[in-house]
Design a binder for this molecule. Structure first.
Ligand code: KG4
Ligand code: ZN
Length: 410
């Protein structure tokens, strides 16, 4: 089956096309994959602005659609450019709030034939609602004019299920086998908006057992980066500095608290570490009279990463052992963090050697639309692949993974 997927929940616009074959031992070809990042746009403000994100998604969507279809060999020019009045009517009606998207769609539908697709999968939440709506409205237009069913996908479920991709070495970024999850499984979801431990009972039943009470861990990385004068998004840069400091072998003059390490539950808190970083910088620089030296930045980044990751690893391992999890899945942007990968790998080897540890490919850890296609495919293979209609699909910024893409959205 062929799935076209759309992701616009935050600051990445993505369109992918996959072809899945076989049944449960699925074989997946990534036929097309186009991704545009808004990082440069938001970097100057140090964070994502929903209204700007929405406009950028609306401008980028159709060019990315054309790129992805082109890569897949599915971009077929019409003999004669023509847009039927009823097509124009649908586009206008569905793009009332995104006129630039509507204008692009008119040119697109006038120029290109309908491609052969079975499903259109789109992220319906969680995320920034104005941004999500661009993807949902784009999906509605495609579904209505191509007469292809729509599948709503939970972004966090995408982060979980993309870890099932096993690359085929001869064709590493295009061809994959679809692995299986041995249940029960635990998912540690770590991104700019989420820090959650989720008990995965089966492919569609998720139970949240803990989450952050304030900031998400990725958000803390971003805020610490900002305090150190490093660019947005801060995760990769903070991590690089931390690794450089660790490599020197020098004892770290700074230590930071590990909030809720022994709280007895599975919740997290990251705002305290962030504030401790601020006080550390304040005391070091005589009340911000100077900026920290490069060496000091490296040491602070390392102290922060040590504290942030130790809490994640300790609480995750406690849940793995308590519930005798057969699989541990790590998903979300922070799953790309090298130190987290190393620490968790070691912890699983020593404390739960029979648990399988799944990470996403590094290039699929941060937001992308491949994960949305994979979630849709897994839903089709292991579930009944329920689809929805353009009248009922809706974006929901607070959509919880416990509601999946199919349950009633709250
Ligand atoms: O999943 P994602 O792309 O977007 C959300 O859904 O939030 O995650 C982005 C977050 C950002 O906060 C970014 O700083 C963080 O993931 N991140 C990292 C790393 N790569 C991305 N944090 C720590 N280490 C990394 N290597
Ligand atoms: Zn994400």
């Amino acid at each position: 089956m062929r799935i076209l997927s759309i992701e616009t929940s935050c600051d990445e616009t993505g369109v992918s096309i996959i072809e899945g074959s076989g049944t449960k031992e699925g074989h997946i070809m990534l036929l097309g994959n186009a991704l545009a990042s808004q990082v440069d746009l938001h970097a100057q403000y140090g964070g994502v602005f929903p209204a700007m994100a929405k406009r950028a998604h609306a401008e980028k969507f159709v060019p990315l659609l054309v790129e992805a279809l082109g890569q897949a060999g599915m971009l077929i020019k019409k003999h004669r450019e023509v847009l039927l009045p009823e097509e124009k009517e649908v586009i206008v009606a569905l793009c009332v709030r995104e006129p630039e998207l509507g204008a692009h769609f008119m040119e697109f539908f006038a120029a290109y034939e309908k491609p052969a697709l079975d499903t259109i999968a789109v992220t319906t939440g969680p995320g920034l609602e104005p941004a999500l709506w661009v993807g949902v409205n784009a999906a509605k237009v495609l579904s209505a004019l191509w007469n292809v069913p729509l599948m709503p996908i939970n972004h966090m479920e995408g982060h979980v299920l993309v870890t099932l991709l096993e690359k085929v070495l001869a064709n590493p970024q295009k061809e994959f086998a679809l692995g299986r999850i041995q249940f029960p499984a635990l998912a540690l979801l770590v991104s700019g908006g989420h820090t959650e431990l989720v008990h995965v009972h089966d492919y569609s039943t998720y139970e949240k057992i803990g989450s952050t009470r304030d900031d998400a861990v990725g958000e803390a990385f971003d805020k610490v980066a900002r305090m150190l004068g490093l660019p947005y998004p801060g995760g990769p840069t903070v991590s690089k500095l931390a690794a450089a400091f660790r490599a020197t072998g020098t004892p770290n003059p700074f230590t930071l608290p590990r909030p809720m390490l022994h709280s007895g539950d599975y919740d997290f808190s990251y705002s305290g570490i962030k504030t401790a970083v601020l006080y550390t910088i304040r005391d070091l620089t005589n009340n911000f009279e100077r900026i920290p030296t490069d060496e000091e930045k490296m040491a602070i980044a390392c102290a922060f990463e040590d504290a942030a990751i130790e809490v994640l690893v300790t609480k995750t391992m406690r849940a793995v052992k308590e519930f005798t999890m057969h699989t541990l899945i790590v998903g979300g942007g922070v799953a790309g963090n090298t130190y987290l990968r190393a620490q968790l790998t070691e912890a699983v080897q020593t404390q739960a050697p029979h648990t399988t540890l799944l990470f996403p490919e590094t290039w699929l850890a941060t937001d992308n639309s491949v994960m949305i296609a994979i979630a849709a495919y897994v839903r089709s293979v292991y579930g009944n692949g329920e689809t929805t209609t353009i009248d009922t699909i809706t974006a929901n910024g607070n959509l919880s993974i416990t509601h999946g893409g199919f349950r009633k959205e709250v």
